[in-house]
Design a protein around this ligand. Structure first.
Ligand SMILES: [Ca+2]
Length: 148
């Protein structure tokens, strides 16, 4: 009496299978990839907005992390520096926070707190270079919460 139920179950099963497959290493090349140039299908983490909230005893900094690339990003670190510009890949920063993942087209705010009164906050996304991106040059930024 409900032929639609059977019709719905099958596409769901196919989708689930594809999602599981896409999480694995992409070495086999055994199909299952959507049509399109796979070499361009990388995530791109980048800095959206930033904010700085200087305080007396401690200060806060925040960065909006965007994934405007073509693929989901796995785990990566976001490093913060207070009162200095962002360092290089591999620098731990004053505060480092780990992000589990960020899907393509998604964004997330990451907030850090550091002792002392600081106006300038800088951030480096994927500070350990864990994610292969289509653009590695747009991962850092800074903001001066005192408007200097
Ligand atoms: Ca990037």
């Amino acid at each position: 009496m409900h032929p639609l139920r059977h019709a719905i179950h099958l596409p769901l099963a196919i989708l689930t299978g594809l999602m599981i497959t896409s999480c694995g290493p992409e070495r086999s090349g055994g199909g299952g990839e959507p049509a399109g140039g796979s070499s361009d299908e990388l995530p791109n983490l980048s800095v959206g907005s930033m904010s700085s909230a200087p305080g007396g005893a401690e200060s806060e900094g925040a960065v909006e992390v965007l994934n405007n690339g073509e693929a989901d990003a796995g785990g990566f670190d976001v490093a913060f520096w207070f009162e200095e510009s962002a360092g290089e890949v591999g620098d731990p920063g004053d505060v480092t926070l780990a992000i589990e993942s960020l899907a393509a087209g998604e964004s997330v705010w990451v907030e850090a707190t550091f002792s002392g009164s600081h106006c300038l906050v800088s951030a480096y996304i994927d500070s350990q270079g864990d994610v292969e991106e289509s653009d590695e040059s747009d991962n850092s930024g800074e903001v001066d919460g005192c408007g200097r």
